[in-house]
Design a protein around this ligand. Structure first.
Ligand code: HAM
Length: 425
């Protein structure tokens, strides 16, 4: 019978890789706690309508990439392709947006049926930050500072570049959309098929078209910056000034529009040239209309999400994962002789109680001294205890797992003291 394999584009994270994930998660948790952001968790499955109404009907995600199915009640449900819509839904549903500000974060898997390649998967993990109820540039600057802080803590700030753009207010976008549509209508027949369809439904999406002919036509099209209101421009300039003072270099890229419809005002992407085609590591922006669009209160929002696989690839490729994270064992306990297995387990527990942070791996399953010793060295532990005896524990040796192999004999009563002396040296 053929072996069952994982679904294409959905990855197993094997024991050799989990230390890197745990490291990244820990650095992020510490950072978010330092900024006093609070964690929120929401389901992996939501009503399909949530994503249609937020991300937009005429977007790649909703048109081509969602995992959508009918459940047994006949309701249309989708695996979440992103977290912003879910976060707004959850915050709204539980009254977190009523006359309050919120600084929230989440971490977890997202699902998009894209063509898998390096850095692009069908199940991928995001860490996202969403701030609600704050309309000013201070919160925009804060989340950018927070992201830069993360790159610094991970030691990758030198390979990331910030691209930023101002999409203007929702009204600015409507005015611009009309002008763009008028212009493109004159070139209707020359546009690619997708763009012709988008002309009626979501004209701004045409800016992302991959067709060279359409891109050529767009060269002569009206430009978004010409439609942005003075207030919105002033606030964007203010943000750029803050970033400059904070030492965050950025490039203003006026063709950065993002593939989700809910944005207005500032949008941004942190990119790298070290990952090939999948260069965006972290993306986000402001989405002041989203909550109302989903039937809730009129609450400003701004946030970003980063791709955790892409960050791990980057850390691995640049060799910037700290060496010590690959080792998960401090002490290896070898057990020679059937009769002392139970005592070995009890002693291991006593050690764990005395030194709760010590990572103690007990050898189970018997075997010869030499093969156990090999395993002890391979585990990466710094020291091994060798427990020996036929019916009761007659000998306890402590062996340093380095080239010296220095060994001392201990009495059962002195084991914990000797270990704490060794590990606290
Ligand atoms: P997004 O640009 O669609 O934005 O995704 C954010 C990040 O997730 C990307 O920059 C990338 O690192 C990662 N990512 C996206 N798709 C994949 C994939 N197929 N495989 C691996 N990584 C991927 C959002 O999702 C918005 N919700 C961000 C946001 C939060 N805006 C405001 N708040």
């Amino acid at each position: 019978m053929a072996k069952i394999q994982a679904i294409r584009g959905m990855n197993d994270v094997l024991p050799g890789q989990t230390p890197a994930w745990q490291y990244l998660e820990q650095v992020m948790r510490d950072l978010l706690s330092a900024y006093a952001y609070q964690e929120i968790r929401f389901p992996i499955v939501e009503q399909t309508q949530l994503f249609k109404r937020s991300i937009g009907e005429v977007t790649d995600i909703v048109e081509k990439e969602m995992y959508t199915f009918e459940d047994r009640n006949g309701d249309s449900l989708s695996l979440r392709p992103e977290g912003t819509a879910c976060c707004v839904r959850a915050a709204e549903q539980h009254g977190l947006l009523y006359n309050q500000t919120q600084k929230l974060w989440y971490m977890g898997p997202m699902y998009r049926h894209e063509r898998p390649q390096k850095g692009r998967y069908r199940q991928f993990f995001q860490m996202g930050v969403e701030a609600f109820g704050m309309a000013g540039v201070d919160i925009e600057a804060e989340i950018l500072l927070l992201s830069r802080d993360l790159w610094e803590r991970l030691g990758i700030a030198d390979v990331l570049t910030l691209e930023i753009n101002n999409l203007g207010t929702s009204e600015d976008r409507v005015r611009y959309g009309e002008a763009l549509k008028d212009y493109l209508m004159q070139h209707h027949d020359a546009l690619d098929e997708d763009s012709q369809r988008r002309l009626g439904k979501n004209v701004l999406r045409i800016l992302d078209s991959k067709s060279p002919v359409t891109q050529e036509i767009l060269l002569g099209a009206p430009k978004l910056p010409d439609f942005i209101s003075p207030e919105s421009s002033a606030s964007f300039t203010q943000l750029l000034v803050i970033l400059q003072h904070a030492g965050i270099a950025c490039q203003v890229n006026s063709s950065l529009v993002r593939g989700l419809d809910y944005y207005n005002g500032v949008v941004f992407e942190w990119t790298t040239d070290k990952l090939g085609a999948q260069s965006a590591v972290c993306s986000g922006g402001r989405y002041d209309g989203l909550s109302k669009q989903l039937g809730g209160t009129n609450t400003p929002g701004v946030g970003f999400a980063l791709g955790m696989e892409r960050l791990i690839l980057l850390l691995e490729e640049l060799g910037r994962l700290p060496a010590e994270i690959s080792c998960s064992v401090d002490l290896y306990i070898s057990v020679i002789g059937e009769g002392v297995r139970q005592q070995a387990l009890l002693l291991a527990n006593e050690i764990r109680q005395t030194m709760p942070r010590l990572r103690v791996l007990t050898h189970c399953g018997g075997g010869k001294y030499n093969s156990q010793l090999k395993k002890a060295y391979a585990s990466g532990a710094r020291c091994a205890l060798v427990l020996e005896g036929e019916t009761e524990l007659t000998e306890i040796k402590m062996r340093v797992l380095d080239d010296s192999g220095e060994t001392t004999t201990l009495s059962p009563a002195s084991v914990c003291d000797s270990l704490s002396g060794f590990f606290n040296k």
